[in-house]
Design a protein around this ligand. Structure first.
Ligand code: BTN
Length: 327
């Protein structure tokens, strides 16, 4: 009912409680109750004696009804579970996935108290960011999940570019980098049998209007607001991310990874650089040459040997630089 009231208020005219109630088949006191609830959620609704209610400003919160107003997708984000605070949207999404939640269901929180990054890292999740997990049920082999992680990276980078004009780059496998600092990250967690993927939860964290970061990551992190110098609408960005994700997910399902692989390479800040990777307890160094058809990073070590890396923590050197000389 709140969504219906908002729909009418968004038309922009003042409308009386009586008229609202008549159109929706509810009493004036019920209308008042819903208006009060909407104000509690952050909507600024003026009331004028005699002429009724006027929506002055929608809430800044990422409420499902706000996201859905103007959402272009047909599947992603059509079901949204929203909480002001969660331990991690990943955990909530996994519970929903086990309970049978439909593909495209999104879990969104304003803040997370135990946000997770890759490799067991903490993901700082203060208000002002986007913390979103999406449930997918692709018919792919578990080994192809890495491609999906890169697909999500392309979608998020293009969504940011589309909305802000900023030019994010992708650091393999999943970091969203702007002006050399990390502005977002993507985490893919799956539930699979040996040859069948049951579900995958794609977790997306973007530092949108964040103004300061914990000391440990201060020099490494940025936000869209810091990089672009102005506040960014989180609502519009969530809609754009869901839209680009749906678009690229479709392409991935219909045509495979190839075209998206080229897009990823075009957005990469990794290829052509000297990189050092900690993977499976082993340190590897080399020139990052390419990503292969499975999304793995191909590096050429100083001794000329080619290595294929499917996971790990990557440290980026200078483009075109080579190994440091050992003395
Ligand atoms: C990384 O770069 O290490 C990945 C960061 C992923 C963070 C997002 S925020 C939404 C979702 N919930 C989490 O706990 N983590 C992911």
């Amino acid at each position: 009912m709140k969504e219906q009231i908002l729909h009418i208020l968004r038309l922009g005219d003042r409308i009386s409680g009586k008229e609202l109630g008549r159109r929706l088949g509810i009493s004036r006191s019920m209308v008042w109750k819903y208006i009060k609830a909407l104000r509690g959620e952050g909507y600024l609704i003026d009331s004028y004696p005699g002429s009724g209610y006027l929506l002055v400003r929608a809430t800044e919160s990422l409420l499902p009804e706000e996201i859905r107003a103007g959402l272009k997708t047909s599947l992603f984000g059509r079901q949204i579970v929203y909480c002001r605070e969660l331990s991690s949207t990943q955990d909530a999404a996994k519970v929903l996935a086990v309970q049978g939640a439909a593909e495209g269901t999104a879990v969104i929180a304003e803040t997370q108290v135990a946000g997770r990054g890759r490799i067991g890292r903490v993901w700082a999740s203060p208000p002002g960011g986007i913390y979103l997990s999406l449930i997918l049920r692709p018919e792919i082999k578990p080994a192809d999940a890495l491609c999906l992680l890169l697909v999500a990276g392309v979608a998020v980078a293009l969504a940011i570019e589309q909305l802000t004009g900023l030019k994010p780059r992708l650091k393999w496998p999943n970091d969203i980098i702007i002006a050399g600092r990390k502005a977002g990250g993507i985490l893919a967690e799956m539930n699979a049998e040996i040859d069948r993927l049951n579900y995958i939860v794609i977790g997306i964290g973007v530092n949108v209007n964040t103004e300061s970061f914990p000391d440990e990551i201060k020099g490494l992190a940025t936000s869209l607001r810091i990089a672009g110098g102005e506040e960014v609408s989180r609502l519009k960005l969530v809609r754009e991310i869901l839209w680009q994700l749906e678009l690229f997910y479709r392409i991935f399902q219909e045509s495979g990874f190839e075209t998206i692989r080229e897009r990823w390479k075009g957005l990469s800040n990794t290829l052509g650089s000297w990189v050092s990777i900690m993977s499976g307890g082993q340190q590897q160094e080399g020139a990052a040459l390419d990503i292969d058809h499975d999304g793995a990073l191909i590096i050429k070590q100083a001794d000329g040997i080619f290595t294929r890396v499917i996971a790990g923590e990557l440290i980026l050197g200078q483009a075109g630089s080579g190994p440091r000389e050992s003395k």
